[in-house]
Design a protein around this ligand. Structure first.
Ligand code: SF4
Ligand code: SF4
Length: 382
C-alpha cells in the first residue's frame, strides 16, 4: 500500500485550479457512482476529492492518471466541485515536482509533441501528406476557412480517411478552404489534461502566432478536442478567431442547400456523443440532424446517449496511455451498439474512432459492426 504524503504544492495547485470550490465537496459519492471506471474497476473519485482537500494524495498509484475528463461527474455533482480541474492540478503536481511516476507511453507522447508537434512521433514535414492527390490548397490571407484536421487524421492511416472525407465534402460544397500543413502544431488538449502546462502554452502560442500571421478568422475542426481547446482555452492566451466543429458547419451547409445527398446509405446506425462535443460543449443536435438527412439511413439511440453518453475512454490524455483488456469503456459501447442491431457505430471524434476500431478488432466483430465518422458517411452519400 502506497503511503499518502501531504504536499502543500498539491493543495496549492488544487486551489489554483478550483479556487475555494473544491472545499465544497461534502462526500456524497455521486461522482464515484457515475464515473465510467466503476463499470470496469474501482475508482473512488469521492475519496480523491477528500484527499485533495487534505493535501494527502497517493501520487505513487495510478489513480491520478485514470480520469478521462469525460465530465459525467461534474454534471452530477450537487456542489459544483470542479473535479476535472482538480484531477488536472494533481497531474500538474506530478509533472512539475516529480513526486510520482508518469506512465511511460504518456511520457513518450509528450516528448514527441514537444519535439515534432504531434503525438505520434511523425515528421513535421509529412503533416499535409493526408491530402495527397486531393488538390487541397495552402491557407493564405484571402482564404475564407481554415480546416484543422487534428494529429490523428493528419497522420494515422485510419484517421486520414476522416481528413480526406472532410476535404472531399468541403470541395463538393464549393467552400473556399485551406490547410496549414507543416506549419500547424498539435492543439495541446491532451498535453494540458496530462498536467504539462508549460508545453501546452508553448503549443498554443505557436498556433496562435501562425493563425494571426496567416490572417485566420474562421477554423473548422474535425476533433471535438481541438474545438474545445481553441474555443474555450486559447482565448485566455490571446486567440481571437471563430471556431466551429465540423458537425455544426455541415449541418449549416445542408440547411442552406449547399450540400446535397445523391446516394442512399441503407444502414441501421447509432450515434455516440463524444464527451468533448456533448457534455463539454452542448452539441447534441447537429450530428443527429446530419445523420437524419442522409437518405436511407436509420438512426437508433443507445441507452447512454446525449448528456448520459458513455465515454469512449480517450479523453484527458488517456488515448495515449495503456488501458488493460477488460477495462476499456469502448468495448462496452460496441456491445451496446451491437445490441441495437446497428451496423455502424457513428461518431464525430478521431479519438473515439481509434478506440472503437480497436475494440471492434479485438472482439473480432468487424463483420457485424464498423466504426464510422459522420464525415465519412456524408462523403459517401453526396
Ligand atoms: S459529487 Fe461532488 S460533492 Fe459529491 S463527493 Fe463528488 S465531488 Fe464531492
Ligand atoms: S471526468 Fe469522467 S472519468 Fe473523470 S472522474 Fe469524472 S466521471 Fe470519472
Amino acid at each position: 500500500m502506497a503511503t499518502l504524503a501531504p504536499f502543500k504544492e498539491a493543495v496549492d495547485a488544487v486551489e489554483e485550479a478550483g479556487g475555494e470550490a473544491f472545499k465544497l465537496c461534502y462526500q456524497c459519492g455521486l461522482c464515484t457512482g457515475i464515473c465510467p471506471w466503476n463499470t470496469v474497476r474501482s475508482f473512488l473519485v469521492r475519496r480523491m476529492m477528500h484527499e485533495a482537500q487534505l493535501g494527502l494524495i497517493d501520487f505513487e498509484g495510478e489513480d491520478v492518471w485514470l480520469c478521462a475528463t469525460c465530465r459525467a461527474c461534474v454534471e452530477r455533482c450537487p456542489r459544483e466541485v470542479p473535479i476535472i480541474d482538480i484531477m488536472r492540478a494533481l497531474r500538474r503536481t506530478v509533472v512539475g515536482l516529480g513526486v510520482g511516476p508518469i506512465p511511460d507511453s504518456l511520457r513518450l507522447t509528450m516528448k514527441n509533441i514537444s519535439a515534432l508537434g504531434n503525438p505520434l512521433g511523425e515528421e513535421r514535414e509529412k503533416r499535409a501528406d493526408w491530402a495527397q492527390g486531393l488538390d487541397v490548397k495552402s491557407f493564405t490571407k484571402d482564404t475564407e476557412l481554415l480546416y484543422f484536421p487534428c494529429c490523428i487524421p493528419a497522420y494515422d492511416p485510419r484517421g486520414k480517411k476522416i481528413a480526406r472525407a472532410m476535404a472531399g465534402i468541403l470541395k463538393a460544397a464549393g467552400v473556399d478552404f485551406g490547410i496549414l500543413g507543416a506549419e500547424e502544431n498539435c492543439c495541446g488538449e491532451s498535453v494540458r489534461k496530462s498536467g504539462d502546462e508549460t508545453l501546452f502554452e508553448g503549443l498554443a502560442q505557436s498556433n496562435i502566432s501562425i493563425f494571426d500571421e496567416k490572417g485566420v478568422k474562421k477554423i473548422v475542426t474535425s476533433s471535438p478536442h481541438c474545438y474545445n481547446t481553441f474555443k474555450n482555452e486559447y482565448p485566455e492566451l490571446g486567440a481571437n478567431f471563430e471556431v466551429i466543429h465540423y458537425t455544426q458547419y455541415l449541418a449549416e451547409l445542408i440547411r442552406d442547400g449547399r450540400l446535397k445527398f445523391t446516394k442512399e446509405i441503407n444502414k441501421r446506425v447509432t450515434y455516440h456523443d463524444p464527451c468533448y462535443l456533448g457534455r463539454h460543449n452542448g452539441i447534441y443536435d447537429e450530428p443527429r440532424e446530419i445523420l437524419e438527412s442522409i437518405p436511407g439511413l436509420e438512426l437508433v439511440e443507445m441507452p447512454n446517449s446525449r448528456e448520459n453518453s458513455l465515454c469512449c475512454g480517450g479523453g484527458g490524455g488517456r488515448i495515449w496511455m495503456e488501458t488493460k483488456k477488460g477495462e476499456r469503456f469502448s468495448d462496452i459501447r460496441i456491445e451496446q451498439a451491437i445490441g441495437l442491431g446497428a451496423e455502424f457505430l457513428v461518431t464525430a471524434c478521431p479519438y473515439c474512432i481509434i478506440n472503437f476500431e480497436d475494440s471492434v478488432l479485438t472482439a473480432d466483430k468487424s463483420e457485424i459492426i464498423q466504426a464510422k465518422d459522420i464525415s465519412e458517411l456524408v462523403e459517401q452519400a453526396i
